[in-house]
Design a protein around this ligand. Sequence first.
Ligand code: FE2
Ligand code: FE2
Length: 191
Amino acid sequence: MAEAGTLHDAFIDELRDTYDAEKQLTKALPKLAKAASNPKLRQAFESHLEETQGHIERLDQVFESLDEKARGKHCDGIAGIIEEGKSIMEEDFDETTMDACLIAAGQRAEHYEMAAYGTLIAWSEAMGHTEATRLLQQNLNEEKAADKKLSSLAEGGINQSAAKAAHPEEAEEPIAVASGGRKSSAKAGRR
Ligand SMILES: [Fe+2]
Ligand SMILES: [Fe+2]
């Protein structure tokens, strides 16, 4: 019987999975950028594409620091997330709703990466791979920043203008919430 694999083997396996995920994302991000109408959103996807290429380079260095050959292993998780993003892009949404959906798709990918790097860092740290830990942490920091950027674009206007298109009459009139005085209007109670 073959010897049981160790945490180090699992670590290398996860690294290969993440390496492949990053490569898949370098193909998906240009599509998200192209589908975006908001110029800041397009810019955010484009600049994260550049960062993603940097993530692959850092992972090359991680493999090197561990004396392992850099290679990927098909990542089904990110493939599924990318597939869902593609179906959304085929929908016939208004521009700003499409932007909100692209952000949702992008954030699913970022959170997947954040989970992967979180595990990789914890394992790397536990096994004392200092250089690998440092490099992986840099990638994680950029994933977190990209996720925050997408949230700030969504909450800084895109969701609001999509909501306005969905419910134009409600957006015209601010809802009074203070002193128990929710203004009664014909729209009250409509969801
Ligand atoms: Fe990445
Ligand atoms: Fe990312």
